[in-house]
Design a protein around this ligand. Sequence first.
Ligand code: PGA
Ligand code: ZN
Length: 429
Amino acid sequence: MSARITSITGRQVWDSRGRPTVEAEVALQSGAVGRAIAPAGASRGVHEAVDLRDGGKRLAGLGVDRAVAGIGQEIAPALLGMDARDQRDVDRVLCQVDGTPNKARLGANAIVAVSMAVLQAAAADAHEPLWRYLAGDRTVRIPLPEIQIFGGGAHAGRRTDVQDFMIMCPGADSFRTALEITHDVYREAGRLMEANGPLAGVADEGGWWPGFKSNEDALDTLARAIDRSGHKDVYISLDIAANEFGDESGYAMALDGRRLSGAEMAERMIGWTKRYPILSLEDPAGQDDWTTMASVTRAIGTRVQVVGDDVLVTNAGRVTEAAGRDVCNAALIKVNQVGTVSEAKAALDAAAARGWGTIVSARSGETEDVTIAHLAVGWDAGQFKVGSFTRSERMAKWNEILRIEEAMGSRAVFAGASAFAPGIRKSLT
Ligand code: PGA
Ligand code: ZN
């Protein structure tokens, strides 16, 4: 019985924002089946691979009929008969069939679902959990989680300019402990917000809805929540997602009523890292403002992780170019940002080869699909970012890592501080 692909089916399912998305199902000659669902971002960079949506009035233009049709009419015929274990060949054919530089013709939503479903089918064929199929004989670490406490930016009606207010616990002895600490901080943050008025629900990734007077008010509240939890060695991590409020003329921080030049933005970010226990800072500048990003990295990069998301868009070429200019010291890895499993792995490898931190990440529009939890472990990424500590599309991923940690037993190694680039690692110990 072989791992040859015998059928590929696409279908429309729904994501955590109640929007249509694409699921792919791949069957092999051996009877093994793999399934995966495309996630969707809200704060997207212009250099990302793009989803194919139907447009028009139906489903607010977000329908995926064309993407699903492309799987049946073009992707399936091209991949049938290929060996699911040859992921790189499969992904190469996916890129060729699409034929555009950004997957616009068949859609990154269709392509990523198929690419991940092929990977799932190959692991099922090997009768191995996906993380172990990917790891092979290598020792891999359980990743350090980066977990959101308040959601903001494009995920919360722009109530704050900063998108993600998160925590990281590099001093925890296990993933399990890191989640218990997160539970306590999340709860304390909720209590503090309740004291200021009625709680107003949660943002797109499950973090508390941000009712703050300023971005710094949110930072103060998070620092207090950490303090009140009683846990030590808990750090703040921010995704500024500056792309969302920046352009060539500068950065408009609406909540603070301020317009900042690139230099002022850098100064502000550096200032925050001095006033608050910030360990990681994502996209402190816009996707093409490498000058500002590099000046932040130059100033704080030996003690703070500076992460490229919209700046790098999981593109190995951009990672290499950014590394040459010391733009950041860590890369966010989102498979759907580039479109295929192999291209995402290449971006991760390019970042790791330069000693950068690597963070496998979910999108703001997610589903019950937990493939990325296995990528985070199997690729030994060291860090994992999924959103907050509520809502099952988020918790499903955290819970999957707990299962993997348990399955590894005494062989489980929690990444902790080892997840960071060498300088930062040293400053933590
Ligand atoms: P997105 O946000 O999935 O909405 O793009 C996540 C992030 O910016 O990290
Ligand atoms: Zn981001």
